[in-house]
Design a protein around this ligand. Structure first.
Ligand code: ADP
Length: 479
């Protein structure tokens, strides 16, 4: 029997089977069937969230703490089961799926704590006898639209602060990963959220997502996804004068200098470029390498790539799982063809792989002899594909690293304090890593980028408060 998961609207599970969720490691394996909301259901969900806002926004810290803490505890207790389901629907490895699930639990735990730490300011007025109070209030109904590449962590890092600061939610997850989204909503619902506070509307972006963008009753939208959809979110949000926050693509540079520890450089580059099948907005897709270490770096990369185990995400030995679906696989293969046409040399991989089951297996690809003007250097591929750009020295490396329309993360591998410090100061990215992969961040500090990668205030950690609250300045005359 195939599992049927429904949408949660005003505290009720509603809807009929609308779409099938397929395991990318084995396309014969159907994870489940999922309700697919239409515009009417989106409207009902928005109305429910609007009706629930006054009571939830005044519920006080203890009620919110209780729900968030309970959710964190359940996610942590079920980390292996949830992590496995995540790996099955998205294709990242079991270890990555479990780690991401633990991350979600940590995020709920962090924001449970934040509910008890909310404070304001009391400021003397410039007018005698008057007091000024600055407090923060929830924004209202928050629309949360998420992508498929972090099926539980991204929903967690938007839903947890939204609830902690007293907002109500309409949550639209990506079509490819409804199981993780459903699980997180089910856990929060059972943890005691009042009806209407959190609504789940699984369905098509062009239908249910668009209905959210077009609604005057959504007061803020937090979006992670492609640049194209991000621009639609921005235009629609300006039209409705609502707050919005966008996390979009990256074309993150990882610089390797002559003085780098080669083993560290290889570990960082392999992890940053290929783990999670390269499907991370923080992935290192441009490897910018100075000429003194270039040939040794490329040889060592090829050796390591050759040893990577690519296979079924649920096999404990697998290091790189399949690509998420046919569309993404085609995009990866198209870019590999484009790189060749542009004159880059494919030094490793790029072929489809056969495994025991029908799945979207692709051998990680490494280009050499590329330059920063090529499309493979400028456009986000979002797969296990990286290219090496050879440069003369640190100055050229920094210039190439910054020459991109994006600015999410950047990294440098060096033993020089001077160059590490200069890079941290001059890299035009929101997050800079020294001797660490460009992907992989902490959950309790700000996350976000610059230029075409991000728009609006930062996500995660205490910085999340900026988006999910609005400031009130109140004056009192005491005589
Ligand atoms: P990706 O390439 O990562 O799938 P998308 O931007 O297409 O990026 O998808 C990110 C999220 O945005 C998904 O939940 C998707 O359903 C949603 N989405 C897609 N189109 C729209 C739209 N027109 N309006 C609102 N949301 C959309």
């Amino acid at each position: 029997m195939i599992l049927l998961r429904k949408n949660l609207i005003d505290g009720e599970w509603l809807g009929e089977a609308g779409s099938r969720n397929i395991n990318p490691s084995n396309t014969n394996d159907v994870v489940g069937e999922y309700a697919s909301a239409g515009p009417e259901e989106a409207k009902q969900a928005i109305a429910a969230a609007k009706a629930a806002f006054p009571a939830w926004s005044r519920s006080g810290p203890l009620a919110r703490h209780a729900v968030l803490k309970k959710a964190s505890d359940e996610i942590m207790a079920r980390k292996d089961e949830i992590g496995r389901a995540l790996a099955r629907e998205e294709g990242k490895t079991l270890a990555e799926g479990v780690a991401e699930t633990i991350r979600a639990a940590q995020i709920f735990d962090f924001f449970a704590g934040e509910t008890l730490r909310l404070s304001g300011e009391l400021v003397p007025s410039v007018r005698p006898g008057v007091g000024v109070e600055l407090t923060r209030e929830g924004v209202g109904v928050v629309g949360i639209i998420t992508p498929w590449n972090f099926p539980i962590a991204i929903p967690a890092w938007k839903i947890a602060p939204a609830l902690a600061y007293g907002n109500t939610i309409v949550f639209k997850p990506a079509e490819l990963v409804p199981e993780s989204a459903w699980t997180i909503v089910d856990i929060l619902h059972r943890a005691g959220l009042p009806k209407g506070v959190l609504n789940l509307v699984m369905g098509k972006g062009s239908v249910v997502g668009q209905a959210m963008l077009d609604s005057p009753d959504i007061n803020a939208i937090s979006f992670t996804g492609s640049v194209g959809t991000g621009k639609r979110v921005a235009a629609a949000s300006v039209e409705h004068m609502r707050k919005f926050q966008l996390e979009m693509g990256g074309k993150n540079p990882f610089v390797v200098l002559d003085d780098a520890d080669l083993a560290v450089a290889i570990d960082c580059a392999i992890n940053g470029a290929y783990f999670s099948t390269g499907q991370r907005c923080t992935a290192s897709s441009r490897l910018i390498v100075t000429e003194g270490i270039h040939d040794r770096f490329v040889e060592a990369m090829k050796e390591r790539l050759d040893k990577l185990v690519i296979g079924d995400a649920l096999d404990g030995k697998t290091q790189i799982g399949p690509v998420v679906d046919q569309t993404q696989l085609k995009q990866d293969e198209d870019y590999i063809a484009i790189g060749r046409q542009e004159g880059a040399e494919l030094a490793f991989g790029g072929d489809r792989l056969e495994r025991g089951t029908p799945g979207f297996y692709l051998q990680p690809a490494l280009f050499v002899g590329s330059n920063n003007a090529m499309r493979i250097s400028r456009e986000e591929i979002f797969g296990p594909v990286a290219n090496v750009i050879r440069v003369k020295d640190y100055d050229e490396a920094l210039a190439v690293a910054n020459d991109t329309p994006f600015g999410l993360t950047s990294g440098i591998c060096t033993t020089s304090l001077k160059h590490a410090t200069h890079f941290k100061r001059n890299s035009e990215a929101g997050m800079v890593m020294v001797n660490l992969p460009t992907a992989g961040v902490d959950f309790h500090v700000a996350f976000g980028g610059r230029k075409g990668s991000s728009y609006g205030s930062r996500e995660q950690g205490r910085y999340a408060m900026e988006f999910y609250t609005t400031v009130k300045t109140a004056y009192t005359f005491a005589g």
